[in-house]
Design a protein around this ligand. Sequence first.
Ligand code: GLY
Ligand code: MN
Ligand code: MN
Length: 443
Amino acid sequence: MSEFLTSVSELYPQHINYMQGLAQEAIARESLDGLVIHSGQAKRMFLDDNHYPFHVNPQFKAWCPVTDNPNCWIVVNGVDKPKLIFYRPDDFWHKVPPAPQAFWTEQFDIVLLAHANAVEKHLPFDKSKYAYIGEYIEVAKALGFDLVNPDRVMHYLHYHRAYKTDYELACMREANRIAVDAHRAAKAAFFAGKSEFDINLDYLAAARQGDNTVPYNNIIALNEHAAILHYTVYETEAPSEAKTFLIDAGASVHGYAADITRTYTTDTGEFAEIVAAVDELTMTLANSMAPNVEYSDLQLQAHTGIAVILERFGIVNLPANDIVNKGISRTFFPHGIGHMLGLQVHDVAGHVNDDRGTPKPAPEAHPFLRCTRVIEPRHVYTIEPGLYFIESLLAQLKASPESMYVNWDKVAELAPYGGVRVEDNIVIHATKNENMTREQGLD
Ligand code: GLY
Ligand code: MN
Ligand code: MN
């Protein structure tokens, strides 16, 4: 048995215990009898007989690492052994999942479901005090559920998803291990002169994960494409000169995500130094997270860090503080410093103050910041500062009074490199931070 399998086998019962505790409290608060959690359904494409890739309900995979099977259900009340209704059709067209037999199966009473629409007999007879948790509201109504994703139950479950169990942390470390290996393969492909398309293939081959298994669309950007924040349409031809390679790519393990970015350059001059400076900033920010720190403080600290780089390399002719105060750093670093990570890449409940869902929105000056929580042990965050030369934002800056502070010749010199981002995944512990990405040996 692999080390990872041994560890999740040992840790999973505690995870289910924790989940049972959450379910118990969520239903007690609302005077419910239980929750019925639906994995989802296959979605057919319009006017077609093909289906979109299946993406499981995150509340389902929070319980059970079955991420590829629609029409499954979990029934829980926080006390009795959870019941898993596992879909196993008679179907000679598609691959039918085997009856589950894995490290997690002992924790469920499992019943097999041959016909999706025959689920009712396995569900609680009186549904008036059961909440349906899932995407298919019409299905829930047809089955007789009145309570569908009740707000207060959802707020409670989402808020507490931020505290990862040891099982979840083991999955996320493994996701980092796989992604780090694949990042190394992608780096080699870049230095071998391959195209974006081919670098992506090398990444996926090394990860042994397909486009629909990795947790988000890989960003594989060469040269000025590094300035397009969500660049996912790859060139199939390699450019005549490859200057920069920005790769933002992860891996999934039992439904948990890694989300890692690196920037490489063939340059040996100033741009390489800027890449090194952003890399240093990532590590500094990762180290400044600690219990009781406001995550949004990291956003402000990141702007100062980016402004220091803009000053140091003569991109903006002002002291760093003024670069921030005049809002100029936002042109070069227009996104949030990171987010919570877990079952979803941008994990839920980033903008709440408590488990009742009291809103805690992003600061007005930083609307794209995805998280405003107070940092606590067992939280997992990304830290991802960036410095980009984005044509549309630079044009706005040029048209503003602050244009006079910018060294436009320097900007023109660096723009063909596109930009830099460096992103790590960090677990907060009571007395230290664990940088899962660096601990896997990725520089
Ligand atoms: N890969 C998406 C992000 O970094 O947030
Ligand atoms: Mn990312
Ligand atoms: Mn991210």
